[in-house]
Design a protein around this ligand. Structure first.
Ligand SMILES: Cc1cc2nc3c(=O)[nH]c(=O)nc-3n(C[C@H](O)[C@H](O)[C@H](O)COP(=O)(O)O)c2cc1C
Length: 324
């Protein structure tokens, strides 16, 4: 079943990852979410998932080399994941070569998140096995391009391309496969499930939102992140001020600004996703796929409904070929 439940900080909890994989798609572990948000030791968290399902799961490695200690931590997480039997890795940012080398040594596979061709070429040079094309409708750090434009620009690289962004129901899913994508990575749809530990208020906001309610805010991490427009988001504004912007651009201060925003955002997003008492600070990431999400539904049922849509699509195309 060519469906990935993408890594989500802070929404990837072990029960959600396991439920997706148990149903025959593949759930991705987000290590900072597993440890910092949901309180598991990394190895114990993987074992918890393994105790729910023997099916394959993946791990997200955000490999931006922002600091040596972060890189060392991520390297250790990748090694522990391999020791615990994880064989699928989704890399984001940076050069994925070291992850590809470790994964390939044990027969594993690496797909690289990209928003445009230059990152895809870097990923291919780093030895990745596939690309995840993050389009402008995605939740999290959305890219600038449409799903059609990305497929056009990445389709000739000799690697399978997965569509990420804007897929909320089974028709969107079937349409992405019909367009020529090898699979789909979905995030927002899986937040509105009983297995996801995000607050009920966050899930209700996803169900209530339409695609026009999704806006890009720079205020979380310093680069645009797709969020639901709540009164809090409106009050804060969507862009960073001129001083922060300058500090972000300046060579010497850029790294410091990124780390500061990263630390602050980890804390803010954790609080906003789990805490229902603080209604004044509703800071909820979601993509334009909210348009197709109309109810809370178990992750396994979503996977089964989507699989059924693919079977229908394949059945229809077999019938039309037979009658031609
Ligand atoms: C709440 C949220 C958090 C996310 N966090 C991460 C992350 O930590 N790492 C990552 O590579 N992608 C992250 N993403 C992107 C997803 O893995 C996936 O590519 C995206 O959600 C697809 O778009 P969709 O939400 O429209 O389905 C996040 C997305 C959401 C909605």
């Amino acid at each position: 079943m060519p469906l990935i439940c993408g890594a989500m900080y802070p929404c990837s909890n072990p029960e959600l990852v396991a439920a997706v994989s148990a149903a025959g798609a593949i759930g991705i572990i987000q290590p900072i979410s597993l440890t910092y948000v949901h309180g598991h030791d990394f190895r114990a968290g993987i074992r918890l998932i393994r105790s729910i399902t023997p099916n394959p799961v993946g791990m997200n490695a955000l490999i931006e080399a922002s600091s040596r200690s972060y890189h060392e931590r991520m390297t250790r997480w990748v090694e522990v994941a391999i020791e615990e039997g994880v064989r699928f890795f989704v890399t984001s940012l940076g050069n994925p070569r070291w992850v590809a080398e470790k994964a390939h040594a044990v027969g594993g596979v690496v797909y690289h998140d990209v928003t445009e061709r230059k990152w895809a070429l870097k990923g291919r040079d780093g030895g990745v096995d596939g690309l995840i094309a993050v389009n402008r409708r995605a939740g999290g750090h959305a890219g600038p391009k449409t799903a059609e434009a990305l497929l056009e620009e990445l389709g000739d690289l000799g690697l399978p391309v997965v569509c990420a962004g804007g897929i909320g129901d089974e028709n969107d899913f079937a349409a992405a496969l019909a367009m020529g994508y090898a699979g789909v990575q979905m995030g927002t749809r899986f937040i509105a499930t009983p297995e996801c530990r995000a607050s009920d208020a966050y899930k209700a906001a996803i169900i209530a939102a339409d695609e026009d309610d999704i806006v890009l805010s720079e205020r979380i991490t310093g680069v645009p992140v797709a969020v639901i427009r709540t009164p809090y988001i409106e009050k804060m504004g969507l862009s960073v001020g001129p001083i922060s912007r300058w500090l972000f651009r300046h060579r010497r201060t850029k790294r410091y600004m990124r780390s500061m925003y990263a630390l602050r955002s980890l804390w803010q997003l954790k609080r906003a996703s789990l805490d229902t008492s603080d209604t004044a600070r509703e800071y909820w990431q979601a993509g334009k796929s909210v348009a197709g999400i109309v109810r809370i539904e178990p992750a396994g049922e979503i996977v089964r409904r989507f699989a059924e849509a693919v079977r229908r699509m394949e059945g229809a195309s077999a019938t039309s070929t037979a009658t031609q």
